[in-house]
Design a protein. Sequence first.
Length: 286
Amino acid sequence: MNIRARVARAGDVGARKSAGVATGPGVLPAEAARLLTSLDEAGAYAMPDPLTEDGLLVRRGGDGISVGSGRFAQAAARVLAASDLAAWDPGGTRLTISAAGRARLRRQQAPAGMAYLAQHHDLTVVQGGGSEPALRNASENPLAWMVRRRGGDGTPLIDAASFEAGERLRRDMTTAAMLPRMGTDFGAPRIDDGGARDPAAAADHVIAARQRVRGALDAVGSDLSGLLIDLCGFLKGLERIEAERRWPARSAKVVARIALGRLAEHYGLEREATGPERGRMRLWRA
């Protein structure tokens, strides 16, 4: 190794130490780890602090509204950039998390023994009607794809309210045991130790979930309820729905947005908060 390479390497190690970094392989300093977690929030980015020379501001939010999310040292940003966990834009004004950074966080948050499975899959815990929660790959969810996919005007295919409405319907269908199971449910109630399930023996929360699903589908209407069952319940993609129903190309996207919008209205979900600008002042008097 020549002298110039040794100097560059020593400078990188010095930057890591100045940020409180353990210089072992694969180890991030505490401040760099906190910065990486902050950048993983929706719409988060870091920018140089105009008030300090070596400071960094983290902002998060979207739709033209951003809020502060903390201050960090620029040495932490240099560590993340050197590890390909974050990257600056061409102008050097915004630092955002990279795909490798998100994969690292998924490994850290994964259950024991499933770190590298979580790296390649967006695993989420789903509490169904059974006694134990199950893991689901959220990357296979067409709703997650639609809320991340942006159209020509830069807006997502569905807004946050429609996404939450579809996820709520999915959770209720899972709790209501209305979706097919991969394997045997040994905890399901049986009649005379065998045969089909006894509907009367279902738990109260299962019956309540079935009532919520029935009410939501009735509110949406019979013309759109089948689409929501395929999209939110069976996780069928838009292209598959179009092929099965013999619809024109890209028509399922439009119908799905209408159906999810009706579902969000039924659940009382709004894209933006509404109400008076200020609340009326109230005083407690004796």
